[in-house]
Design a binder for this molecule. Structure first.
Ligand code: MN
Length: 295
């Protein structure tokens, strides 16, 4: 377990964020605004489910902080950051605009990111694989209901924690990490993504969708998931010297995962879990079958 302090201001090469779910009541827009205000980058990837059109169509919820997130993203693009938006399943209406730009924000179905050391990573939301994984409709409905209930419990627990002066902590994540079928659903998704990478002739994939941040090597291929801003409050960054890191950013900050040498890891054709992937407290490794089916 490694616990290094994260600076207040970050200057990095690349940032990936996804599953913000603007318009949904559990979106942690304030924490995200704090992160966006403290990070400078050359390229920013918005990896889907940025605006939750599904949720907005059921009940309209649009506080000022959600508007402010959109304004901040557009301002970054105006100020010269290359901002690439890859729509997900909750904002799939924007897939009608693939190939277009909103302001300076480019919209793509997916794209390739070249890392500092020349490795090619496919950037995609991840719902493309839902049809391959084939969860039953029953599993989806139970999953979605259970997930909503867990988020409800998490909301109450965090209000209480805030009142008592404790920092943000996801009760939903804690419970889900201890559910066996949740872990199996995560594993199933990650394997499908790794297969996808192998078939698309890239060195790895960066995705979102299942609300479970992770960096993992398997047979020389890299799986990265930047997490979400519903419960985990995580972003993935590529530092100026080419490291990949997943940062948790709420009223506390920590590195959830990191990978120091992408080129070495990708070319070595072996899992590196024990030597260069660093995971922190068990509570930060969160799993959910519900998110895997409904994210
Ligand atoms: Mn999704």
């Amino acid at each position: 377990m490694v616990d290094r302090l994260i600076p207040e201001q970050l200057k990095v090469r690349t940032v990936w964020i996804s599953d913000i779910h603007l318009g949904y009541k559990d979106c942690k827009a304030e924490f995200l605004l704090d992160f966006l205000g403290r990070v400078e980058c050359d390229t920013l990837y918005l990896v889907g489910d940025i605006i939750d059109i599904w949720s907005l169509s059921q009940s309209f919820h649009w506080p000022a902080s959600h508007n402010q997130v959109l304004r901040t993203l557009l301002k970054k693009a105006r100020d010269g950051v290359k901002v690439i938006y890859i729509p997900g399943n909750h904002d799939s209406v924007f897939r009608d605009y693939i190939g277009e730009s909103f302001g300076a924000v480019e919209i793509h179905e997916n794209c390739i990111h070249e890392t500092l050391d020349g490795k090619r990573l496919l950037i995609m939301h991840g719902d493309e694989l839902d049809n391959i994984i084939r969860f039953s409709r029953f599993t989806k409905i139970v999953g979605e209901t259970a997930y909503d209930f867990l988020l409800f419990l998490s909301r109450i627990s965090n209000k209480l924690r805030q009142h008592l002066g404790y920092s943000y902590w996801s009760l939903a994540g804690y419970i889900k990490a201890r559910l066996n079928n949740a872990a199996q659903a995560i594993e199933c998704f990650e394997r499908a993504v790794l297969d996808w990478a192998a078939h698309h002739n890239v060195d790895g994939v960066v995705c979102g969708h299942i609300h479970h941040p992770n960096i993992r090597m398997e047979n020389g291929l890299l799986y990265c998931n930047d997490g979400d801003w519903i419960e985990n409050c995580t972003a993935m960054i590529e530092t100026r010297d080419g490291k990949l890191e997943i940062l948790h950013w709420s009223d506390s900050r920590k590195r959830v995962k990191q990978l120091d040498h992408i080129a070495k890891a990708v070319s070595s054709q072996r899992p590196l879990a024990s030597e260069s992937l660093v995971s922190q407290s068990p509570a930060s490794i969160q799993a959910t079958s519900a998110a895997a089916t409904s994210g």
